[in-house]
Design a protein around this ligand. Structure first.
Ligand code: XMP
Length: 510
């Protein structure tokens, strides 16, 4: 495996993904991980990420320099390369000209990181983003590539075990990025491309069996990808020792609960208990306008119902959760923001229920979860569903959630999804949905004045929901959705399109 030490770069996660795409397992750890912990993890190679600081700042993040004595190859990227230089006795200074964006790289070394790449006058497009630069190399180092403003754009130690690049091989704009990373992990570190979803399943099925023994596991199914894949791999390991619980909170979309249950019962062998708690949830939400109060009531209500069902099953030792890798990484944050978004539908469970957790997806990114799901035999329509929030339509109705307003939103939402699918846009966007606004506006229908509800459309592009931009849907598609909603949904006379990005807006409206 390859360890990535995070110095706070925006692209640290990308490094991990790029390496995993080469079928080599990689893990991200904070820059100050102890040497003992590194030894314990037995890496074949270590990558030092970029970061926003200058190595000579007094509070700059430093990893233990003992790292260079472990006999493990190290690749420094940007800040990571500068840190390597500084810790091994070279010099880094503020650059006169900062280098941001595309740069031309000339390579003068044909082995190590650059094996197989053109050298000499040939220019490779790379992506730079740095204000400091290496001014003097430590002993035993030599330069292997230059760019206009970086006389030491890439460096290596005599036996190639320590290498550094000033550019970012993990970003798509660095056209030789994958070559460089491949040369590091295969050529220099000697890894083999053996990390596949198939091997992941084998290893995890084994681990789950060992952990659970004859115990019982419960899992909250939502119909979303993460919980479905979690249930599927655990079921592969321990069969009917797993019981899944599906709670219908009355805030699902049209026919959604029915189709989720039909799917699990007909297409999988999972043992699913379903509870229709619509009355209970609508009661909890009556009169509630505040979004946070809504979220809390829905979250706590979920825990209450889930717990009641779990008790009916009897002695249960484990709770399965679909936690993903981005929620687990202890990302280094220099801006003080918490990198983790806490979600509310399952987040509160472990404390309450005091069950041991099983989180088989902890090491995976979302796209890997999808790949795993397909490998486990789940059909594409279950794998490529857009995310849907735990609190459901409850947080897409601004103001009070009532049966009547749920019905209006459901009708509008079906139209959005139908038209998105029909136009081939459903899978192109991260999410697309309707929101019911708490205002009425004036319109005219036939000869009469109307005073009715407004639906807002929201469609966003995103990689991981941490940031998002509004989707540039074709005008014709927006037009079709709008006129169908206004014509077909009673009580709506106006449709707006939300063109805010996240940040500063969020994807959901509440
Ligand atoms: P926001 O609105 O924070 O949403 O930009 C980011 C992503 O998370 C989803 N979301 C939730 N998912 N429980 C969930 O399981 C929740 O409470 C919740 N709130 C938001 C949202 O749909 C988007 O994909």
């Amino acid at each position: 495996k390859i360890l990535i030490l995070d110095f706070g770069s925006q692209t640290t996660q990308l490094i991990a993904r790029r390496i995993r795409e080469q079928k080599v397992y990689s893990e991200i750890h904070p820059f100050n991980i102890s040497l003992d912990k590194i030894r314990e993890l037995k890496p074949s190679g270590i990558v030092l990420s970029g970061g926003p600081c200058s190595v000579y700042d007094t509070d700059a993040p430093h990893s233990d320099p003992g790292l260079f004595e472990l006999g493990v190859p190290v690749l420094g990227i940007c800040y990571g390369a500068q840190l390597m230089v500084q810790q091994l006795g070279g010099k880094v200074e503020r650059a006169e000209k900062r280098e941001f964006g595309k740069a031309d790289l000339s390579v003068n070394y044909t082995e190590g990181l650059f094996a197989g790449l053109e050298t000499g006058n040939f220019h490779h497009q790379v992506w730079m983003s740095h204000g400091d630069r290496i001014e003097q190399l430590p002993e035993g180092f030599s330069v292997t590539a230059v760019s206009a403003h970086s006389p030491y754009a890439a460096i290596r130690h005599t036996d190639n075990a320590f290498v550094g690049v000033q550019f970012h091989p993990e970003v798509a704009h660095t056209l030789i990025g994958n070559d460089v990373l491949r040369n590091f992990i295969f050529g220099i570190c000697g890894c083999s491309p053996s990390w596949t979803m198939h091997s992941f399943i084998e290893a995890n099925v084994q681990a789950i069996r060992e952990k659970v023994g004859n115990g019982k596991v419960i899992c909250a199914l939502s119909g979303g990808v993460d919980s479905s894949v979690t249930a599927a791999i655990i079921h592969r390991a321990i069969g009917d020792q797993l019981t899944c619980i599906y709670v219908n909170n009355g805030l699902m979309r049209t026919n959604e609960s029915e189709s989720i249950l039909r799917f699990f019962r007909q297409k999988t062998k999972l043992n699913v208990i379903d509870v229709d708690a619509t009355e209970f949830f609508l009661g909890e939400l009556a009169g509630v306008l505040d979004p946070e109060v809504k979220r809390k009531r829905i979250g706590l209500g979920f825990i209450k119902i889930f717990e009641e069902e779990a008790h009916k099953i009897g002695e249960v030792q484990y709770l399965a959760q679909g936690t993903l890798y981005p929620d687990v990484i202890e990302s280094v944050s220099f801006r003080g923001e918490a990198p983790i978004k806490s979600h509310h539908n399952v987040g509160g469970l472990p404390d309450v229920m005091k069950l041991d957790l099983i989180e088989p997806l902890r090491e995976l990114f979302k796209d890997e979860v999808r790949e795993l799901g397909l490998e486990l035999g789940l059909p594409e329509e279950a794998i490529y569903r857009q995310p849907f929030p735990g609190p459901g339509l409850g947080i897409r109705i601004m103001g009070e959630v009532t049966r009547e307003r749920l019905e209006i939103l459901r009708q509008a939402d079906v139209i959005v999804l139908e038209e998105m699918r029909k136009a081939g846009w459903y899978r192109k966007v991260w999410q697309s949905f309707a929101v019911l606004l708490p205002i009425q506006t004036v319109g005219v229908m036939g000869d009469g004045r109307t005073y009715e509800h407004v639906i807002a459309l929201r469609a966003v592009d995103s990689r991981d929901a941490m940031t998002a931009d509004w989707s540039r849907l074709p005008y014709d598609l927006l037009g079709t959705i709008s006129s169908r909603i206004i014509n077909e949904v009673r009580g709506v006379n106006r449709v707006c399109y939300d063109i805010s990005s996240k940040p500063p807006a969020t994807i959901e409206w509440e």
